[in-house]
Ligand binder design. Structure first.
Ligand SMILES: C[S@@+](CC[C@H](N)C(=O)[O-])C[C@H]1O[C@@H](n2cnc3c(N)ncnc32)[C@H](O)[C@@H]1O
Length: 275
């Protein structure tokens, strides 16, 4: 452990009953440095003193630990591979099976950009294929604020940079700088609260039994210490159907590769469970 973060861990647990020790040491240290720089504070003892004497600072600091940034089609390579290879394969598999549903979970969905991107892909595939296969999408996050935004389905231009004009015209209504997803897209996703670190269940209760063909857990793992990353990966592994896929963020590939998964296509950050 980085020695200089120890006093912060103790401070947050004793004073605010918030266990920040689950976060990766380097991530915590960067958050501390960033906050100190914003305040023009140079030493840890000075910042600990500031935390002690400014009641609102703990929640400002906690906010730094919960980044909800997301984009539509955030990693274009992953989405292209899903559209061209993974989803068509899943459709073929389902055609020969009794289950006529592709089950998808966006496991840290932020304001829903990832889940809506997946819903767009599924809708386009349904239009092209003659099969009767449906996609069922569950999307969860720990943040209540993010889920409220997700259910509203209202976005500003900044998160839509990777959405082509045809998709914007088909799946959004636009008023000035504000884009709202069309009702059928909003209704295609079941949004709910779910803490990936909690011991209660391995999948969103609304999905009843998991059995997912595809799980997105993107840009979350690197916030946490290795033991908690492993816990999340194990939980997702338990929720995946046989032959199911896991998609992570580009920068999280190394974390997953050493684990229970193998990458299905080089640099794609798309994995299947081993064995
Ligand atoms: C940076 S966003 C990533 C959003 C999206 N997956 C993407 O890649 O664009 C990280 C999200 O993880 C959520 N999160 C953090 N810890 C979580 C946990 N223990 N359980 C569920 N969601 C969590 C945050 O609330 C945030 O919305």
């Amino acid at each position: 452990m980085v020695e200089s973060i120890k006093p912060y861990l103790i401070h947050f647990i004793t004073r605010y009953h918030q266990d920040i020790s689950v976060y990766d040491d380097t991530f915590l240290k960067n958050a501390i440095n960033e906050r100190q720089a914003e305040l023009g504070i140079n030493t840890d003892s000075e910042y600990l003193n500031y935390l002690e004497n400014n009641i609102e600072e703990a929640s400002i600091f906690s906010g730094k630990l919960s980044n909800s940034y997301s984009e539509f089609f955030r990693n274009p390579l992953s989405f292209a591979y899903l559209a061209q290879v993974v989803l068509p394969q899943l459709i073929e598999k389902k055609k020969n099976s009794k289950e006529k549903e592709i089950r998808i979970w966006s496991a840290a969905c932020a304001a829903g950009q990832e889940a809506y991107s997946l819903s767009i892909l599924c809708d386009e595939l349904n239009d092209r294929s003659t099969s009767d296969i449906n996609c069922r999408i569950f999307a969860t996050d720990i943040s209540g604020d993010a889920l409220v935004q997700a259910r509203n389905g209202v976005f500003r231009t900044a998160t839509l940079g990777k959405v082509c004009l045809k998709r914007i015209q088909t799946y959004f209504t636009c008023h000035e700088d504000v884009y709202t997803v069309i009702p059928s897209l909003r209704k295609s996703i079941d949004f709910s609260a779910f803490d990936l670190l909690s011991d209660n269940g391995s999948c969103p209760p609304a999905s009843i039994y998991g059995n997912f063909d595809l799980v997105f857990c993107s840009n979350l793992l690197f916030y946490y210490k290795p033991e908690f990353r492993n816990r999340v990966l194990e939980k997702i592994g338990n929720s995946l159907a046989r032959g199911g896929y896991l998609v992570t963020g580009e920068t999280e590939r190394e974390i997953v590769m050493g684990n229970y998964y193998r990458e299905v296509f080089v640099n794609s950050a798309i994995f299947q469970k081993r064995g």
